[in-house]
Design a protein around this ligand. Sequence first.
Ligand code: MG
Ligand code: MG
Length: 257
Amino acid sequence: MLKNTLQLDYMRQSGKLVADIFNHLKTVIKPGVTGLEIDAIVEDMIRSRGGRPAFKNYTQHPDMTPFPGSICWSMNEEVIHGFPSNIKVKDGDVISVDMGVDLNGYYGDSAYTFLVGNVDPEVRKMSDLTQKALWEAIQICEPGNYIGDIGKAIESVLKKQYGIVREFCGHGIGTKLHEKPSIVNYYDPKRKGPKMEIGMVLAIEPMINLGTERIMVKEDGWTVVTQDGKPSCHWEHTVAITRNGPVILTDRGDFNF
Ligand code: MG
Ligand code: MG
């Protein structure tokens, strides 16, 4: 699963495409727009640059409904894997967008939580802290540390204030969207995981709930929601471990601490 310099170059291009699209989405996600409209914009942008939306028609086993969108569009109490719909965005909505792209056989994967207009300050604080937790987790991606240190870093920023989703986790990424290892977002002393090495590429993605960590999957077989109906956020980046330290391949330049 280790990537050489040439493979990392391909992954950089794929990550750049994901980042460029997110930077565009910052200007178009606003009250009145729908998830389906955003989904169409994203699919066009990916295909016009020679890529393929990695989530579209994605399944993990044959009896599963293929995922209908190019993006996951998860509003408010939806945690992840929400379907883009014709519901109009309104002031105060919390929308996490998750996007995977396959460009020349290499994948990029990232998620961003959009806070539309006047969002509850508690939700804003949670989203900011989750982004901070992701940043801290990225900083420890150095050879010699363990994959399990990622969850430890995330938990140490969030403390016990929020529900850290446990059933879903980050992952290795490369010529497949999901590669080994699995990367949990909480500290588990029994789950140290493999040692980090130069050439590893990881998708780190904390999913954090304002209320409890408890979630459920809706009847559509995909949409994950909080059990208590409280909002949730999701931040993700694809990160390469290099000789010069961690490199965020999907960097949008929006970390500001
Ligand atoms: Mg993702
Ligand atoms: Mg991912």
